[in-house]
Design a protein around this ligand. Structure first.
Ligand code: TV7
Ligand code: CA
Ligand code: ZN
Length: 370
């Protein structure tokens, strides 16, 4: 592997907020990751960037102006945990909180900064662990996501790249990003997700594969509870390989939601963090200019473990299983290691169902034409 020029975007202001008293989305997990990456001594190996918050104009490229004006207006006076009903915000999942506008602007600003590094060829890979807010829609917040940093970064990449590939391994369907680019053949969206019984957000069936010029450019891989490393990696490698062959992208955006890792508070997959990271390693092997974003992840120590491991994967480093001293992890034995083992649990994906998903997705990709 050739060593890549890596940039790491970190906006401390994005990780200092709390959505509500009991909200599962804990922005602090990005600070935990930051400290582990620092204590594993990875920072000398990459360029650290302190991004600017997105401007109002940048936010309005991906959102309805009225929605952004509203976020800005209500942001300073909103109180934590009031649980009030606001238009454009979904009561419990997307509560209003003090600073919601600044929080959103700094996440979007960081992902746009990544895209600019890539556009100017200053980095091969650019990381924003605070990003990956794939559910936010043009006129509404959804699923813990207020502003769609991913769509903003992809729009920026499209100014310098003919075709952009978006790959989403968050537990949830990347519905917001899919919707923005549903009718274009310049962006292929590929999401792997838990699907069925109205699992949030409920979209992402295989057959929903794009419209108009975007037909066969939205690829969905629905999965069931308990999927293990072997099955997940088998699907990931085969589908991404086929998608790359058909679509020939010039840039890649990876959404690395860590709620697909075993033990997640909101998830029920049996994927280890090594398995999760090996998907990234496989995607990086295509040697495309790449933006790597965070996303979901609700067992916060596991999120920090996963994204730390993945930062090392990007740098081509092996990490010691023994975590370095840090201020978040305690002294219990289960708190001292980096790698997350699989558990014994039922797996609703059979090798037969996995092969069937691969066959159906391949049928769509066989029709994708550039
Ligand atoms: C990218 N699941 C985001 C994933 C967004 C998932 C949901 C919760 C949840 C919200 C809470 C909370 C929760 C224990 C879990 C239909 C509902 C059911 C809200 C209670 N505890 C990402 C969004 C998903 C909020 N939403 O992809 C405050 O779980 O299933 C739903 C919708 C209506 C709203 N209620 C849940 O990972 C970042 N929400 C505790 C406090
Ligand atoms: Ca996904
Ligand atoms: Zn998720």
């Amino acid at each position: 592997m050739t060593t890549k020029k890596v940039a790491y975007c970190f906006a401390p202001d994005a990780s200092s907020y709390q959505l509500s008293e009991t909200h599962p989305m804990v922005p602090e997990r990005v600070n935990m990751t930051h400290e582990l990456v620092q204590n594993y001594r990875m920072f000398p190996r990459m360029t650290i960037i302190k991004p600017h918050p997105a401007t109002e104009e940048q936010l309005k490229r991906v959102h309805l102006p009225g929605y952004i004006d509203y976020l800005k207006k209500v942001s300073p006076i909103a109180t934590l945990g009031l649980g009030d009903l606001y238009p454009c915000l979904q009561a419990d999942d997307c509560p209003m909180f003090t600073g919601v506008y600044d929080y959103s602007a700094s996440i979007v600003g960081a992902s746009i900064a990544c895209a600019n590094r890539i556009n100017h060829g200053r980095s091969n890979v650019c990381i924003n662990w605070a990003g990956g807010m794939h559910h936010a829609k043009r006129r509404v917040a959804s699923g813990f996501c207020y502003a769609n940093d991913i769509a903003a970064a992809i729009l920026e990449l499209l100014m310098c790249h003919r075709r952009v590939m978006y790959v989403d391994i968050d537990l949830h369907h990347g519905d917001g990003v899919e919707e923005y680019f549903y009718n274009t053949n310049r962006v292929m969206t590929l999401s792997f997700h838990r699907f069925g019984n109205n699992f949030f957000p409920g979209t992402g069936a295989i057959k929903n594969s794009g419209v108009g010029p975007g037909k066969d450019y939205a690829i969905n891989v629905p999965l069931q509870k308990g999927i293990d490393d072997d099955q997940y990696i088998y699907l990931f490698k085969n589908i991404l390989n086929k998608a790359m062959e058909r679509f020939q992208p010039e840039a890649l955006v990876m959404q690395m939601g860590a709620d697909s890792v075993v033990g997640d508070l909101l998830g029920d997959f049996n994927l280890t963090n090594k398995g999760h990271a090996s998907c990234l390693e496989n995607a990086l092997s295509y040697n495309l200019p790449t933006i790597v974003l965070g996303g979901g992840g609700y067992s916060v120590k596991n999120v920090a473990r996963t994204w730390t491991l993945e930062t090392a994967t990007i740098l081509g480093l092996e990490l010691d299983n023994q975590l370095p001293t840090n201020s978040y992890f305690g002294h219990l034995p289960e708190d001292s290691t980096l790698y997350i083992p699989p558990v014994k649990m039922s797996n609703s994906n059979t090798n037969k169902s996995i092969r069937k998903v691969l066959r159906k997705v391949t049928e769509i990709l066989d029709r994708t034409e550039i």
